[in-house]
Design a binder for this molecule. Structure first.
Ligand code: MOS
Length: 697
């Protein structure tokens, strides 16, 4: 075991270092950077899900005063690389989904651009389309596997079918989750500036990864990455949808290149975000559990059916969580996807683990009920000694402690296990539990730079991005401890490709990956310059490949508890209490980590009860693509919400002793709510969201 940093700044609830700038409006978001003479882009989106553009009449738009250009498939520049078809904007007349870019107007004002976009007339030839995923879809296939990239689509150990045959108790159910959209508060936005003469492209972007966007945009336009700068000092949420560039970045850059010297601002409208920036696939998951009468698992089988787009494949790894969660000698997981005439799906809030754990933990609740075993104890009974998939020892698996201590703190004990056993006036009351896990993800290679600036402060630079998680603050704390200085001595610089290369703020890997680079750079600095450095002293280092101890299975864990009140007459569901207890290694900043957990738990509540994007099978568009009809919880929907964590450190995970914390709050929380609703009502809704109609059926 390697030693971790001595925590002096880490572990303190430092308030956000950028907080004052944010609340006073001095923190610029992508649309707000002060640039002179901006132009505004408004796109035209396809109104068919599949077919061809046969004609684009731009005369009405071009006649409007203030319009600078109208880009169409006919006049847009040919891109250098169109292999990634999500980025092949305006490169052909093909329409592959409803809401695809088919033209764009750039004008003096946003109002003019929008009005002109409405005047562009597009004719189409329609082809037949398919936008509906079913469990037996004819197009289902096993996703393409890239041995270097992702995990295998399928796994099998032992003989699941025979074990299910023999099992005394079998649970076999199909759970489904709908299409869901990320919906960060700050819409996806790019301000693009192509400098005449130098040929430099600058994007002020709302992204989870400035270097990621730079790499994609440079490739698409055939530019040396050194000529592309991406700037994102502050980002108003991402939740995965800003984890890569999307077509809007290409469109904005294309417009900027057509109008050099003028910044082109492009903020997607809320409605456009339902077409162009990723979403969570609907999932149809069959979970089969075979156990003895006491609830000891013999077989776990988890089969996920999902969709992707025809232009780019993305697989949500929903069944993966069943590979490591519980002990069982016979196990199987599969993923099958169908490519539909829909937009490209992508990361959304714990992609894979989130919907997968909903299904798996709802099934565990059904097993507890079938065996007459307490749901907390059922999970403890099946806790594996070692990683059931790899056989590796756990670095630090404290799921059972989270479950048992969480149960204590939540007030689980004394619960009558019978569904519909508690009533308060018109309300049926129940409680539910679910386990949570999330892999420790670490992206090696991020680079940090430390410089002593002469007035006693240390400038620490890395191209990391704070998407609202608290990275500005937690990285400052890590740098402080790594340099042996107080946090007030650290001047952090992030959110710009002008700083050293950094990995994406995704997969709950940011603090682990960037923090490790900062620790390495601080060590290099102190080795070279000692603790009384000369002004101007500097050093760089990167996060090493071998940071994570490969001999161990490393995950974050948690236990979620929820109390649901369901109106016996109307089916309305209220959730007055949610509690989560987590195990994530060392907590770098309790204030921002708690905020991450609470945010995740609200998203879990949201997934359980509210969120659903309805794709109209006739036209292929999302019919409820705005906040009037795409429901998320408001303050009135969220009750007493609490999150705690175990006091620990995990030196096998990172030199800070921390593991990922960003996404585990949403993993498991939807199942805890769903299980509480079942306990309250005796009705098992296996199709999210749990709306009143499903409870009254
Ligand atoms: Mo997160 S959904 O991996 O950006």
């Amino acid at each position: 075991m390697t030693s971790t940093l001595e925590p002096k700044s880490m572990g303190r609830p430092l308030t956000r270092v950028e907080g004052a700038d944010k609340v006073t409006g001095r923190a610029p978001y992508a649309y707000e950077h002060p640039l002179s003479d901006p132009l505004y882009l408004h796109p035209v989106l396809s109104t068919i899900p599949h077919g061809r553009v046969t004609a684009v009449d731009t005369s009405g738009a071009e006649a409007l005063p203030g319009v600078h250009t109208v880009l169409t498939p006919g006049n847009a520049e040919r891109l250098a690389d169109t292999e990634d078809r999500e980025f092949a904007v305006l490169q052909s007349d093909e329409v592959s989904f409803h809401g695809q870019f088919v033209a764009a107007v750039v004008a003096d004002t946003p109002e003019t651009a929008r009005q002109a976009a409405g005047l562009v007339k597009v004719d189409y030839e329609r082809l037949s389309h398919d936008v509906v995923l079913t469990a037996d879809h004819r197009g289902l296939y096993r996703p393409v596997e890239d041995a270097d990239e992702g995990p295998s689509a399928d796994t099998a150990q032992g003989d699941v079918e025979a074990a299910l045959e023999r099992a005394e108790v079998v649970v076999d159910h199909t759970y489904s989750t709908p299409t869901e959209h990320n919906n960060p508060m700050e819409p996806h936005t790019t301000t693009a500036l192509w400098e005449e003469g130098t040929g430099h492209l600058t994007l002020y972007d709302s992204t989870q990864g400035v270097h990621v966007v730079r790499a994609s945009v440079a490739t698409v336009f055939g530019l040396d990455p050194e000529r592309v700068r991406v700037v994102a000092p502050h980002v108003g949420g991402g939740f995965g949808s800003k984890g890569e560039a999307h077509a809007h970045n290409v469109l904005a850059a294309m417009a900027a290149r057509a109008l050099p010297g003028r910044p082109v601002k492009f903020a997607l409208t809320r409605q456009q975000m339902f077409c162009l920036v990723g979403y969570r696939t609907p999932t149809i998951q069959r979970v089969r559990l075979g156990a003895d009468r006491d609830g000891r698992l013999g077989a776990v089988s988890h089969d996920a059916v999902e969709q992707t787009s025809t232009i780019k494949e993305f697989t949500e790894n929903s069944a993966m969580c069943s590979r490591w969660m519980y002990a069982a000698p016979h196990r199987r997981t599969t993923h099958r996807i169908a490519a539909l005439d829909v937009p490209v799906n992508f990361w959304m809030r714990a992609p894979g683990e989130c919907p997968g754990t909903y299904a798996a933990e709802a099934a565990m609740d059904e097993l507890a009920h079938a065996c007459g075993v307490d749901p907390v104890e059922l999970r403890a009974l099946n806790d594996p000694e070692t990683d059931p998939q790899s056989g590796s020892p756990w670095s630090d698996r404290r799921l059972v402690q989270c479950l048992r201590e969480g149960a204590e703190r939540f007030g689980w004990h004394g619960r009558d296990p019978a569904p519909r056993s508690r009533r308060e006036g018109d309300w049926l009351v129940g409680t539910g539990v679910a386990s949570a896990s999330y892999p420790h993800m670490f992206n090696p290679g991020s680079v940090a730079h430390v410089r002593h600036d002469g007035d006693g402060r240390y400038e620490v630079s890395i191209g990391a991005v704070d998407i609202g998680t608290g990275a500005w603050t937690s990285l400052t704390q890590i740098a402080a401890d790594a340099l042996g200085r107080p946090a007030s001595d650290i001047r952090l610089r992030i959110g710009d490709t002008a700083f050293p290369s950094a990995s994406v703020a995704g997969g709950s890997s940011g603090t682990s990956s960037w923090g490790t680079a900062i620790v390495a750079a601080a060590r290099a600095f102190r080795d070279r310059h000692g603790d009384s450095p000369e002004p101007g002293a500097e050093a760089s280092a990167s996060a090493a490949e071998d940071t994570v101890d490969e001999g161990y299975s490393i995950y974050s864990f948690g236990a979620h508890f929820a109390e649901a009140w369901v109106n016996a007459d109307t089916g309305e569901v209220r959730v007055p209490r949610m509690y989560g207890l987590f195990s994530i290694g060392r907590v770098v900043n309790p204030r921002t980590v708690r905020s991450q957990f609470l945010g995740g738990m609200v998203m879990g509540l949201s997934m359980a009860l509210h969120e659903e994007s309805y794709r109209d099978p006739r036209y292929g568009h999302i019919a409820n693509g705005d906040f009037a009809e795409y429901h998320v919880p408001t303050n009135a929907d969220v009750g007493d919400l609490r999150a705690d964590w175990l006091d620990e450190e995990d030196p096998r995970a990172t030199p800070m002793g921390s593991r990922g914390a960003g996404e585990i709050g949403i993993v498991g929380s939807p199942a805890a709510v769903a299980n509480a609703v079942h306990h309250a009502t005796g009705v098992r809704v296996r199709d999210l969201p749990i709306t009143p109609d499903k409870l009254l059926r």
